[in-house]
Design a protein around this ligand. Structure first.
Ligand SMILES: NC(=O)c1ccc[n+]([C@@H]2O[C@H](COP(=O)([O-])OP(=O)(O)OC[C@H]3O[C@@H](n4cnc5c(N)ncnc54)[C@H](O)[C@@H]3O)[C@@H](O)[C@H]2O)c1
Ligand SMILES: O=C(O)C[C@H](O)C(=O)O
Ligand SMILES: [Mg+2]
Length: 555
């Protein structure tokens, strides 16, 4: 017989050298650890020093993943204590590199893999977790068709679900023992992966159409039947699937699309803050979306709704939105426009007078003079000096949101956009960037990444037991994020700092839970919601553990 599996192989319960001698005896691991009995802080200090010795962010990512697989409390202790430093390692932008290397670097994984070729296995795959109907708060699922701005990565995209979950716990205290990461393996159209001997996913092209829809329906039904309280978070699906799945199921299931709704709400938060500076009204904004896919049109929808709330008629609000995609300004005479672009297609007559029939980004900016320029195109560097200067030539304080991730895809870096706009553009970006010094002012650039929003949104949804994620919950989250910043100083950030993410998420969660109650979708009532949010937040500590004889251990 091989030696027995012990608590040391159980990442949920393992404390490694923090087990006391009594606990080691009780748990049957006497002699399996060196003599020292350490505190969590001492363990974390060693692990952090080891982390710092890793030669690259990708190596740090792999190191942290291994800590996670060994000892979950230690992993989240590191992440929580060094959130600002480590968020870019476990999440964007390093998670993009990790995904590209995933099959090559594969060791093991904490996810559930559901294959379109084996739909009969979906239930058994969830059952393998051994979790009951009350044991799961959150499922993050991706089919990896549009990972960040790096495209289709098939089963390699599993780590976007893992990364999003790490942020949920570090930023909002979602209990990591009550979450599930899912990869929907529907094949991949990424030739490089299909031809790589290392590739670990289904080796065929993406399945779409009826079979795809049936597979999604099976996932939704099975996950929500088995885990009826769980929020189902959709991440990095292709644009038409993302929208179709959300629109078709938002009233039926507790689902949330991060790229559409989370990104929409964090962009809203950025604009809320920016409008405090400009004094402008929502109904007067002219929005130009560059890259009208999942995120771009998801944001447009929320800004459109804000214009209506501010008194604009639907016709007036539609008239304030322009989409520019690969073929230039989206106009209603373009054949084969996807449905999500049709809503905002401009009348073809609008461009008739435009010189040389050009409808590119620069020309459109010159004609439209947008107050908000949004980048969700994945087209790195597309906001050139000419573009930014034209934008800043059109209005005094333009709002500039180049949101494409990861860093290699961003439309313009603030270090360029600040001087090109003479410090007048109000900027937020999707990735972490250093402040920019210009003309004696320090410009702190907020990170308009949905990571500032979805953890609190998820926590508020869980605490309130909301049956659905409503528009008012998203709006409340956006307002709660914006409410945390003081934009009165020149160069102030439009968004709260990542270092405060845990406190910020609690504030967002409270606002979301209140909105859920007001909308009549909350299923849990709390006497004191502030306390309920605090109580729901898991912390990385070695909690008391009940031993076999009913005694409790203390760390
Ligand atoms: N900051 C955030 O929180 C956040 C959230 C979601 C997505 N994003 C980023 O937004 C980008 C887009 O993501 P998505 O999920 O919407 O992808 P998507 O594929 O759904 O949309 C991208 C759109 O850009 C268009 N496009 C591509 N190249 C272009 C070019 N050269 N000029 C004009 N348009 C072009 C595509 O045709 C498509 O319509 C990604 O980089 C992603 O990382 C950021
Ligand atoms: O994952 C991120 O960093 C944000 C967003 O969901 C994206 O797809 O880029
Ligand atoms: Mg995403």
């Amino acid at each position: 017989m091989p030696p027995k599996i012990t608590v040391l192989q159980d990442r949920f319960r393992n404390r490694g050298t923090a087990f006391t001698l009594a606990q080691r005896a009780e748990l049957g691991i006497t002699g399996r650890l060196p003599a020292a009995v350490e505190t969590l802080d001492e363990q974390a200090a060693r692990a952090y020093a080891q982390l710092r010795r890793q030669p690259s962010d990708l190596q740090k990512y792999i190191f942290l993943n291994e800590v996670h697989n060994r000892n979950q409390v230690l992993y989240f202790k590191l992440l929580t204590d060094h959130l600002e430093e480590l968020l870019p390692v476990v999440y964007d932008p390093t998670v993009g590199d990790a995904i590209e290397q995933w099959s090559t670097d594969y060791r093991d994984s904490r996810a559930v893999y559901l294959s379109i070729d084996r739909p009969a296995d979906v239930k058994a795959s969830f059952e393998s977790l051994g979790l009951g109907p009350d044991d799961v708060d959150l499922v993050v699922v991706s089919d990896a068709q549009e990972i960040l701005g790096i495209g289709d990565w098939g089963v390699n995209g599993t780590d976007i679900s893992i990364g999003k979950l790490a942020v949920y716990t570090a930023a909002a205290g979602i209990d990591p023992g009550r979450v599930v990461a899912v990869n929907l393996d529907v094949g991949t159209d990424n030739e490089k992966l299909l031809n790589s001997p290392m590739y670990l996913g289904n080796r065929h092209a993406r399945v779409d159409g009826k079979r795809y829809d049936e597979f999604i329906a099976l996932f939704l039904k099975t996950a929500s039947e088995m885990f009826p309280h769980a929020l189902l978070h959709f991440e990095d699906f292709g644009p038409s699937n993302a929208r179709r799945i959300l629109v078709g199921n938002a009233k039926k299931y507790r689902i949330f699309n991060d790229d559409m709704q989370g990104t929409g709400a964090i962009a809203m938060a950025s604009v809320f803050s920016a409008l405090k500076v400009t004094g402008g009204r929502w109904s007067e904004q002219r929005l130009l979306v560059f890259g009208a896919g999942t995120a771009g049109t998801g944001i447009a929808d929320q800004i459109y709704a804000a214009m209506l709330r501010d008194g604009a008629t639907p016709a007036e609000a539609e008239n304030n939105v322009w989409l520019v995609d690969v073929n230039g300004l989206v106009t209603d005479d373009m054949p084969g426009l996807p449905d999500y672009q049709q809503v905002y297609a401009r009348p073809a007559s609008e461009v008739h007078g435009w010189a040389h029939g050009r409808t590119d980004l620069l020309t459109t900016i010159e004609h439209v003079k947008p107050t908000i320029l949004l980048g969700t195109s994945t087209a790195a560097g597309a906001f050139t000096e000419d573009v930014v200067k034209a934008l800043a030539g059109g209005v005094e304080r333009p709002i500039l949101l180049p949101l494409s991730n990861p860093t290699s895809r961003i439309e313009v870096l603030p270090s360029d956009a600040v001087p090109w706009s003479e410090g007048r553009a109000l900027i937020a970006v999707g990735i972490p960037v250093e402040p920019v010094e210009y003309d004696g002012v320090t410009y702190t650039i907020g990170q308009a990444n949905n990571a500032l929003l979805y953890p609190g949104l998820g926590l508020g949804t869980i605490v309130s037991g909301a049956r659905h994620v409503t528009d008012n919950m998203l709006l409340a989250a956006a307002e709660a994020v914006a409410g945390q910043v003081d934009v009165s100083k020149p160069g102030a950030s439009l968004l709260p700092p990542v270092a405060n993410l845990r406190a910020s998420s609690a504030t967002v969660a409270l606002a979301v839970a209140e909105a859920a109650a007001a909308d009549g979708v909350a299923t849990k009532a709390h006497d004191n919601l502030v306390q309920a949010v605090q109580d729901a937040m898991w912390s990385p500590v070695y909690a008391d553990e009940v031993l076999s004889d009913g005694r409790k251990t203390h760390s």
